[in-house]
Design a binder for this molecule. Structure first.
Ligand code: C5P
Length: 404
């Protein structure tokens, strides 16, 4: 069995010539252990017949919202609920536009709106269509909502042109899904994650904050969810979509973040503090907007509670993971934090003008009492998956030590 074992994959096929590769995609997904149900748009059914997909998927294929027999068997909402992940391959320019607009004008578009499962798209179209500002805008909108885009590749196109717009090969698509799909290592666990910056009010219109984008914490929450955990994400103000299947609690200040964490802590197995909590807050935020009168202005600051240390001091306590963003002496500072805050694991990254904050990639080194692992550098979502696997591994090691 492959790494998609037991996963319910909803495969949407739209009307492009690359649809001829979709039956092979079904076969490969099934080889990885996935259960696949196929939904065609009416245009896709002109390229490949439903019968072909029925034969390779082993299930009836749907291509209409108005199919009474199919709605009686597995209605479209049940199909949306059934999916652990949804992949649209090939995804035409038209379909991406409809998805970006939130239309529900056919069965597949409706399912994409109705499912809480992570949604992946594999665009395939002529290179001019791919480069058109309308398509570029649609893709950006979809990505900002958390839709994951696979490809396209460059090369010879069915229209005789050469350029970007070829659908990734079925083997590449399957590998991409399998690589990011979790291994179930946190199945049955409850994971609480903090992410993003906090804002500390100076007056009713101004605040102190930092450059945290929340990307690392959101990636950890998504990876923990993919590993089978129930995930709650307590997030400061960020510009990110909620990861699929994750409950997000939005907060603004460190005090609010701490209160939300305390409220959610009971029953939590793993706590990951990825938020860049402001260390200080204005002692007395002004009740009215501070006026521009003085040449120099003094603002008294007081310490914020350390949320992470608070969780580590709780009894019973979850497995506690902290982040350490350091500009220098990475290992020494990370180890110091591990001990001072009594953490089970610390993930350290170097920050500077061109590293760490507000980027999609990162470099992480993990330290725990008596060990360390370099997780290397790469996309935050890939590092997050490795970190989650390491957390599961360390938890198992901890339990074995307790049992022996
Ligand atoms: O002490 P420092 O801020 O460098 O520690 C970073 C780690 O501690 C992060 O995991 C961060 O989320 C957590 N932290 C916290 N509450 C604070 C300060 C930091 O949870 N007030």
């Amino acid at each position: 069995m492959g790494s998609l074992a037991g996963k319910n994959v909803l495969l949407g096929v739209t009307g492009g010539i690359a649809a001829y590769k979709a039956p092979d995609l079904v076969r490969r997904l099934r080889e990885q252990g996935a259960e696949v149900r196929v939904v065609l748009t009416p245009a896709a059914a002109r390229f490949v017949t439903p019968l072909t997909f029925q034969a390779v998927s082993g299930h009836p294929v749907r291509d209409s919202l108005w199919d009474e027999a199919a709605e009686a068997a597995m209605g479209h909402i049940e199909l949306a609920r059934w999916a652990d992940l949804a992949l649209v391959a090939p995804a035409t320019a038209d379909f991406l536009a409809r998805l970006a607009a939130g239309l529900a004008d056919d069965l597949l578009a409706t399912l994409c709106l109705a499912t809480a499962a992570p949604l992946w798209v594999a665009p395939a179209m002529n290179r001019q269509m791919w480069a058109h500002p309308a398509t570029v805008e649609n893709l950006a909108r979809l990505e900002s909502r958390g839709v994951r885009v696979l490809g396209p590749a460059e090369g010879a196109q069915a229209c005789g042109e050469t350029g970007a717009g070829r659908m990734l090969e079925p083997a590449e698509l399957t590998a991409a899904l399998a690589a990011e799909d979790g291994d179930g290592s946190l199945q049955g666990r409850r994971v609480l994650v903090t992410a993003g910056p906090t804002r500390e009010a100076l007056d009713p219109v101004r605040y102190l904050s930092n450059r945290s984008s929340g990307k690392m914490g959101y990636a950890v929450a998504a990876a923990a969810r993919a590993a089978g955990a129930e995930v709650v994400l307590v997030s400061g103000p960020v510009e990110l979509p909620a990861p699929a299947g994750v409950r997000v609690i939005g907060v603004e200040t460190a005090a609010q973040m701490q209160a939300a964490v305390q409220a959610e802590l009971p029953g939590t197995d793993v706590f990951v503090g990825a938020a860049a909590v402001a260390d200080y807050r204005p002692a007395e935020p002004a009740g009215q907007k501070i006026k521009k009168r003085e040449e120099a202005l003094q603002v008294a600051l007081v310490r914020n509670p350390d949320i992470l240390a608070g969780v580590a001091a709780a009894t019973p306590r979850p497995f506690v993971v902290g982040f350490a963003a350091e500009t220098h002496d990475l290992e020494a500072n990370a180890r110091q934090k591990l001990e001072a805050k009594r953490l089970d694991l610390v993930a350290a990254n170097a920050v500077g003008p061109d590293r760490g904050f507000d980027r999609d990639d990162n470099a992480l080194r993990a330290f725990w009492p008596g060990g360390e692992r370099d997780l290397g550098s790469g996309a935050k979502r890939v590092l997050a998956k490795q970190l989650v696997e390491l957390i599961a591994e360390r938890m198992r090691a901890g339990h074995q030590a307790e049992d022996s």
